[in-house]
Design a protein around this ligand. Structure first.
Ligand SMILES: C[S@@+](CC[C@H](N)C(=O)[O-])C[C@H]1O[C@@H](n2cnc3c(N)ncnc32)[C@H](O)[C@@H]1O
Length: 201
């Protein structure tokens, strides 16, 4: 059986590849490898989330479950003066994300290894962006949603993407429970981009 993309220490034989893309008017190149999510091309859900994402200057952004780093690297390029932390539990993904941050000339991002919010346990962000690891199981995805408010500033936003026919509806319901509301901000290619905002005081 092929290895799951969220294996902590992938053992699959290396198959390095490079993806070159233009996103939101900027050019990027991403090194990828076997044992990481969507090795050959940017996932369509990730693409849709990137098209929808609204970040401003000087914002603090978390890319949770960064894979080879595409969400966090694009967010860093879009948030002038901002800072992005990319995290993943897959050590091969973390290594690739670090290389890709450097290769794309991104100075306002850093990559940390670890489980869910553990690498940022004392921090709160303007945005959390995540293409959630559905295959890692419901408990993992539930924690991404239920613990998000503790890691958002007032007015901060959780951005998730999911397949319309594979969990977007139930994910939206779970976001609505944790945040009191969740909206569909974009749909296409069989995916929905979902957003919840942490209410201010
Ligand atoms: C669907 S992939 C998305 C990857 C990347 N953000 C993208 O859009 O291409 C989900 C990622 O979450 C990571 N992941 C799974 N379980 C995790 C956990 N408990 N903590 C942190 N990351 C996790 C996986 O290793 C994988 O890289």
């Amino acid at each position: 059986m092929s290895e799951q993309y969220f294996a902590g220490h992938p053992k699959s034989r290396r198959r390095p590849a490079e993806i070159q893309v233009a996103v939101r008017g900027h050019s990027f190149r991403f090194q990828t490898d076997a044992g990481v999510f969507s090795r050959k091309e940017i996932d369509r859900g990730t693409e849709l989330l990137l098209a929808a994402l609204e970040v401003g200057p000087c914002e603090l952004i978390l890319d949770l479950g960064c894979g080879y780093g595409v969400l966090g690297i694009v967010a860093a390029r879009l948030s002038e003066g901002g800072h992005v932390i990319l995290t993943d539990v897959n050590e091969r993904a973390v290594a690739l994300a670090g290389k890709n941050v450097a290769a794309n000339g991104i100075a306002n991002a850093e990559v940390r290894f670890g489980d869910l919010y553990e690498p940022v346990r004392d921090m709160a962000f303007d945005h959390i962006v995540c293409n959630p690891p559905i295959r890692a199981g419901r408990a993992v995805v539930d924690r991404i949603v239920t613990e998000a408010p503790m890691h958002l500033l007032d007015g901060g936003k959780l951005w998730l993407v999911a397949r319309t026919r594979q969990g977007a509806g139930s994910l939206r319901e779970r976001m609505a429970v944790s945040f009191n509301s969740a909206e569909v901000v974009r749909r296409g290619s069989g995916f929905k981009v979902l957003r919840s905002t942490k209410a201010g005081i």
